[in-house]
Ligand binder design. Structure first.
Ligand SMILES: NC(=O)c1ccc[n+]([C@@H]2O[C@H](COP(=O)([O-])OP(=O)(O)OC[C@H]3O[C@@H](n4cnc5c(N)ncnc54)[C@H](O)[C@@H]3O)[C@@H](O)[C@H]2O)c1
Length: 445
């Protein structure tokens, strides 16, 4: 086990991670360059399990089945797990499973990973559980599709980096649900930007600005922990807050274009329209990030009522501007626009096609580090805004403060529905997890 996984307080230098930092070119492009001949041991049937059978887990299961067909293999869902039995039982109706292959409870993920002859794990729980479940899936020898974001704090990110490196050593393929990296318009535009279409990029802007507050399912649940998991979007230990949970998509596009992650940031934000709703998240953030080469990314996200909304990115270079989704405007020249080929499939399916093709052709595909870089970028920005202090990559990466229960990163299968603490919404000037952890959990599970 790598040192930085066994000891959460061990410092990990940026250089150590940069050694493994080759950002994979978008896998749609990689898929096009796969050798035509299948790997000798290519499976003809790929069995998958889904862990976290909510909206996205169910959708990702269907996307996997469609992708398998497109890749010329038989895909099967061989088991599912959800913490709640009623959700787990959807595996019967939605995927034709017998009840004994629908697992629930805190150890459900483990039982799903033990289903025989499974090569592929789909991880779609709330992100707080991702580090522990990704680590378990890699330890069990599975290729992994996992939803974004992949952690909510520094200790979780360190588990992710280590497990992504372990997956590489075991030749396991990993794709993350940052689907823009599998979407034709983004893939081609970002490649052109990286090839210098608008010169040196110095300014990027990322938006995830929604026109209304996030869902809340009501305070049902026998215990505080159950209430929190049912309303996972409202708790930092489960979702990482809006900047991490949703805006990571746009931050990831900016990191992809620059080919690196920021190292400093300054931010602000607030909780303005969540009155009367349980939870401690904020509902808007504005963060200015600085990359090692001096480029700046201006990031804005929010889920409050307003007259406009935008989920987009924009880029400015020394010789032009671009919308990375498919438009480049060189200074003084004609605009270039991405033209659909007609062969595109949904990026949600394409990401599974790329993962399956990488398995079949034994191609290099591991998005574990890049999605963790983008997740930690969001976490660094969130903590800068929460605290009111400048954000620093090393501090975010090496932080020992865990937002979740004690067992979450060590023995998640042994968690129980016991009592759990509540946090107050973070207050700038008072909140600083790097110095004096706020409201450190008093009741642990
Ligand atoms: N890539 C995308 O565009 C996209 C879109 C939607 C959601 N997502 C991601 O998918 C993940 C899930 O989101 P969702 O919209 O499906 O939420 P959801 O609430 O619909 O589903 C989450 C499911 O996980 C279950 N769960 C909670 N804790 C669990 C645990 N410890 N073990 C097993 N199951 C557990 C819940 O009971 C629920 O059924 C999030 O990380 C989200 O960001 C990504």
């Amino acid at each position: 086990m790598p040192d930085h996984l066994s000891s959460s307080s061990t410092a990990v230098s940026r250089r150590q991670f940069l050694k493994h930092s080759t950002v994979l070119a978008a896998s749609a492009a990689a898929a096009a360059s796969f050798p035509a001949v299948l790997h000798a041991q290519s499976p003809r049937v790929i069995n998958a399990v889904i862990i976290g059978l909510g909206g996205r887990g169910s959708g990702a299961g269907r996307d996997f089945l469609e992708a398998a067909k497109a890749a010329g293999v038989e895909g099967k869902i061989a088991g599912v797990a959800d913490i709640f039995p009623d959700a787990a039982r959807k595996g019967v109706e939605n995927f034709g499973l017998s009840e004994d292959k629908c697992f629930s409870g805190f150890d459900g993920f483990q039982k799903a990973l033990e289903v025989p002859n499974v090569q592929y794990a789909i991880l779609a729980t709330p992100p707080g559980f991702r580090p522990a479940y990704f680590q378990a899936a890699v330890a069990a020898g599975k290729h992994v599709f996992m939803e974004k974001p992949v952690a909510v704090d520094g200790p979780g990110c360190r588990i992710m980096y280590a497990a992504a490196a372990a997956a590489r050593q075991k030749n396991l393929k990993v794709v993350a649900g940052t689907q823009r990296r599998h979407q034709g318009g983004y893939v081609e535009t970002v490649q052109r930007l990286r090839d210098g279409a608008i010169g040196d990029i110095h300014t990027l802007r990322a938006y995830w600005v929604n026109g209304g507050p996030i869902w809340h399912r009501g305070d049902h649940g026998a215990t505080e922990l159950e209430k929190q998991i049912r309303n996972w979007y409202h708790y930092i230990w489960l979702c990482g807050d809006h900047i991490c949970e949703q805006h990571v998509h746009n931050i990831d596009v900016c990191n992809w274009i620059v080919g690196d992650h920021p190292v400093k940031c300054w931010g602000m934000g607030a909780r303005q329209q969540l009155d009367g709703k349980s939870g401690e998240i904020w509902d808007n953030f504005a963060v200015e990030y600085e990359y090692p080469n001096g480029a700046r990314m201006f990031s804005y996200c929010g889920q409050i009522k307003r007259a406009w909304s935008s989920v987009s990115e924009a880029v400015q270079g020394t010789r032009g501007t671009a919308d990375p989704g498919g438009r480049i405007q060189p200074q003084g020249g004609a605009a270039w626009r991405y033209r659909k080929t007609g062969a595109e499939v949904s990026p949600y399916v394409q990401e599974h096609i790329d993962l399956i093709n990488a398995i079949l052709r034994d191609a290099d595909l591991n998005e574990g580090k890049q999605v963790t870089d983008s997740t930690l970028t969001a976490i660094m920005g969130r903590e800068a805004a929460y605290s009111g202090a400048a954000g620093d990559w090393e501090a975010a990466l090496n932080s020992t403060f865990r937002y979740g229960p004690d067992l979450l990163y060590t023995e998640p299968a042994k968690m129980t529905w016991g009592a759990f603490r509540t946090l107050q919404p973070p207050m700038p000037g008072l909140h600083d997890i790097y110095k004096d952890p706020p409201s450190a959990p008093t009741v642990q599970i």
